[in-house]
Design a protein around this ligand. Structure first.
Ligand SMILES: C[S@+](CC[C@H](N)C(=O)[O-])C[C@H]1O[C@@H](n2cnc3c(N)ncnc32)[C@H](O)[C@@H]1O
Length: 827
């Protein structure tokens, strides 16, 4: 869904770049003498819009007023609780038992409207909808506490603000993608699914997918499946990385490709597959194709779209959408499922794309006596899945079977009506029954696919300079009717359940795609070799011009990066801040290198007492091959490891901007140098590794744990439980883990870790313990701890409420108050 900037046209790029934030803020004239009159820049009226959608019949004429009326009102705020958060249950209970009643009583006293409610179709009361817009939440004082709660929990990562319809797509995707159409609850996923989210940034649906993937996994273990999330825009990839970082997942690869040219990572047929006990091509079990779109389903959130709306935007995106969906279908395994979705209401971007993708059509082209059999793109290999009986509480409408195409104010009901000079723009695939233009069929009956994404409808013209010209065609003829079961697509309209608008189709690949020769008119991208852009089912493509690296991944001879980091190495707009990485395969992106330095790995293993169940072998990667300068080490799941190995074998076709979970980070202080192990465990990595370590662990009583969070650094002598202080003093200097437990009395018992375990990374210095968790996280932990431990007497907490006399922390250490990246300062 959403607005893309990959479609090349200026209009598309412009739309994409424009911010969607604060769009309900009206601008004032600059001064009294300002010649520009005060106008409402977001007039929620557009005649072309009204005319177009009335004609397309997306809602009945009786409903029209209610439909547009709601489109003109701001979208209510909605959010989701992150089900993998350790405080998930606490937050849900706070909402159910505190906010629901208090807000109802204070704000909507006497009114029947429910102020905040869980979305009935989302499982386990994890998704919520408020009847207030974000602006109301910000401005209304009574709602202040609730707004603060949302802000803090969102920042910490316990909740995600997300539009309800986007959640529908995410949840449907998660259900249909990960589970065998089990919609009612989170379920154990036993299979190893490889999912691909095609245009994934900012990542809310990818987050949902990962959430479901991780949901049933025991603490300290990883799910079998994995997700590859791709986006064309590198800055938006950053957003996605930031968003998904909160999942602490080792099962994600973020890539940066044009989705229509996503590499297939097909091994050269000369590659000795017998030696490989793994896949020879990157194919996916599930694909989420949430394509760039005109986004008019988000009008309630982005009212500036009213002013800009025109028919050309949707028409101009259609071909890109088909190409992206086709590439997704081609990378899908037979038996696999794909979701096609947009946040547009336009049938040209929705049903037309689905029909082009899936309908089998035998077209008698009728031109010059030739009647070639032309299959629409996938020749019946892709089928629509009927999910109409699923999620019954979710109100949806069937997809349209009939629509027309409007170009520059002229309506067409069939491609046969399109004049020659508009055929580069109005494509046959836009019509319900598709078709071909005679000049697209060469003498061998091959089809040349028309319609560059630079088509002139979006070439800088404002299409709806055209003000709904009354065109006789549209009244005289009904549109074509597709005989393909497009009613199985799902449309979500605002006035059904007070949301934005959305479109979703669930598709299944039932057989390999046919080897149709399609020749794009123009070469649209040069990122990946031609062999990798084709139909990956049709044949094993013989030539892979990218050099196949004969060495194993761990020994690839890369020149090293300057400053290795998954995220930070993405080129930024701050030249000079850090040197760009040019040595890897992908300019500006650091190479991914398997970390195999036995000396370092053994020192880590020994220092923390990591058990053999937690395999480090082949599961560690860095973005720097010079092991002396590696700063961060990332943990990858088995599934991610296999994809990386394949990627190495095919000469690194994947442009990877982020992979795995940051688990260890080099400590750069003088204290760090004196420590036996140069690497500390990161906050993100702690939940995964905690059940597998047996050394450098302390268990603190509630009061000492609370003091650590409060003061951030506590001298050994100042702990309430003297034995705990002694245990801390006896640890090896360096990183350690403090688990909220029963104090030193339980220190010798085996550590039992589950979802409710609360632990933090600390630094054991010469005289004190220092917390290595950001200030915000400490604050949240403290709050949750107090709420959870309300059985602990108040006296316990009051005992040493004052800061101990001389707490300063170790001389060489300080927290910068920022998340886990708290550094021990350099001497
Ligand atoms: C807003 S939507 C995606 C929303 C996303 N699925 C989510 O749930 O958060 C469109 C995204 O498509 C990306 N995009 C546009 N053209 C693309 C292309 N040709 N290939 C890959 N991504 C593209 C844009 O950068 C944008 O992030």
């Amino acid at each position: 869904m959403g607005r893309g900037n990959g479609g090349k046209s200026r209009t598309q790029r412009k739309h994409f770049q424009e911010s969607r934030e604060n769009v309900w803020k009206f601008k004032r004239a600059r001064s009294d003498s300002d010649p520009i009159p005060f106008t409402n820049p977001y007039a929620t009226q557009n005649l072309a819009f009204d005319h177009y959608y009335k004609e397309q019949g997306i809602v009945s004429s009786q409903e029209w007023d209610a439909f547009v009326q709601l489109l003109r009102t701001p979208l209510p705020a909605a959010f989701r609780i992150n089900s993998t958060s350790r405080f998930c249950a606490d937050i849900r209970s706070q909402l159910e038992n505190d906010f629901v009643q208090s807000i109802q009583a204070e704000v909507v006293d006497g009114d029947d409207t429910e102020a905040i409610i869980p979305l009935p179709w989302y499982p386990e009361n994890l998704a919520w909808h408020s009847n207030f817009s974000r602006k109301q939440l910000r401005k209304n004082q009574t709602l202040g506490r609730f707004h603060e709660f949302l802000k803090l929990e969102n920042e910490i990562g316990n909740i995600t603000r997300q539009e309800a319809v986007s959640m529908i797509a995410g949840w449907l995707s998660a259900c249909t993608l990960l589970y065998e159409l089990t919609f009612r609850e989170f379920n154990l996923c036993t299979q190893m699914f490889i999912c691909y989210t095609v245009c994934a940034a900012p990542g809310s649906k990818t987050f949902q997918l990962l959430e479901v993937l991780h949901h049933s996994t025991k603490v300290g273990y990883l799910p079998d499946g994995m997700v590859i999330a791709n986006d064309l825009d590198i800055q938006r990839c950053n957003l996605l990385i930031h968003q998904t970082k909160r999942m602490c997942t080792a099962n994600l690869i973020v890539t940066n490709h044009e989705a229509q040219h996503f590499p297939g990572c097909l091994l050269n047929k000369n590659y000795d597959k017998m030696e490989l006990d793994r896949q020879a091509q990157l194919l996916f079990d599930r694909v989420l194709c949430d394509v760039p779109c005109s986004g008019d389903g988000t009008l309630r959130k982005a009212p500036d779209l009213w002013r800009k709306w025109n028919t050309g935007t949707g028409n101009g995106l259609h071909n890109l959408q088909v190409l992206i969906a086709m590439r997704g279908a081609s990378l899908l395994k037979v038996g696999g499922r794909m979701i096609y979705s947009t946040c547009s209401m336009n049938p040209i971007e929705n049903e037309a794309v689905v029909a082009e993708l899936s309908a089998v059509e035998v077209v008698g082209c009728g031109y010059e006596g030739k009647t070639p059999s032309v299959l629409r793109r996938c020749g019946g290999s892709i089928e629509l899945v009927d999910v109409s009986s699923e999620l019954p509480q979710l109100i949806r409408r069937p997809g349209l079977k009939s629509w027309k195409v409007c170009d520059k104010g002229k309506w067409f009901i069939s491609c046969k009506d399109v004049p020659k000079f508009r055929r580069n723009v109005v494509l046959p695939s836009m019509f319900p029954n598709g078709g071909i233009y005679q000049d697209d069929v060469d003498s061998n009956c091959n089809i040349n696919i028309k319609g560059d994404i630079n088509a002139d409808v979006v070439n800088g013209h404002s299409e709806d300079d055209v003000q709904a010209v009354d065109n006789p065609v549209m009244h005289e003829f009904a549109g074509e009717v597709s005989d393909f079961p497009l009613e199985q697509c799902m449309r979500f309209v605002p006035h059904d359940q007070n949301t934005g608008a959305f479109f979703i189709a669930v598709l299944q690949k039932v057989s390999p795609l046919p080897a149709i020769q399609v020749k794009p008119r123009k070469e649209v991208g040069k990122q990946v070799d031609a062999a990798n852009q084709g139909n990956d089912d049709a044949q094993e493509l013989p030539v892979n011009p990218l050099k196949v690296n004969s060495v194993t991944c761990g020994k690839v001879d890369f020149k090293e990066a300057e400053d290795p980091c998954n995220v930070e190495n993405i080129p930024k707009n701050t030249p000079g801040k850090r040197k760009l990485q040019f040595q890897g395969k992908w300019r500006g992106i650091d190479p991914v290198v398997f970390f195999n330095d036995d000396v370092v790995i053994n020192s880590i293993k020994t220092f923390y007492g990591i058990d053999d169940q937690f395999s480090l072998d082949g599961h560690l990667v860095t973005r720097n091959s010079d092991t002396n300068h590696v700063k961060r080490i990332y943990y990858i799941s088995k599934s991610v490891k296999e994809v990386l190995e394949l990627n190495f074998s095919v000469g690194q076709q994947l442009k990877i901007t982020s992979v795995g979970l940051k688990i260890f980070e080099r400590q750069t202080s003088c204290e760090g140098r004196s420590a036996q192990c140069a690497f500390r465990i990161t906050s993100e990595g702690l939940p995964l590794i905690l059940p597998h370590i047996s050394k450098q662990i302390l268990r603190a009583s509630a009061i000492d744990f609370k003091h650590l969070l409060q003061y951030r650094a506590v001298k050994f002598a100042d702990f309430v439980d003297a034995k705990f202080g002694e245990s801390a003093a006896s640890l090896m200097p360096g990183c350690c883990v403090v688990v909220l437990g029963e104090g030193s009395r339980a220190a010798t018992a085996t550590l039992q870790v589950d979802e409710s375990t609360i632990a933090i990374g600390c630094w054991k210095g010469r005289a004190s313990l220092t917390v290595m968790v950001g200030a915000l996280e400490c604050q949240e932990l403290l709050k949750r701890l107090l709420m959870r431990l309300d059985t602990v007497t108040e006296k316990d907490f009051c005992m040493r409420e004052d800061q101990p006399s001389d707490i300063k922390g170790d001389e060489s250490q300080e927290s910068n108050g920022k998340n886990d990246d708290v550094k021990v300062t350099e001497c």
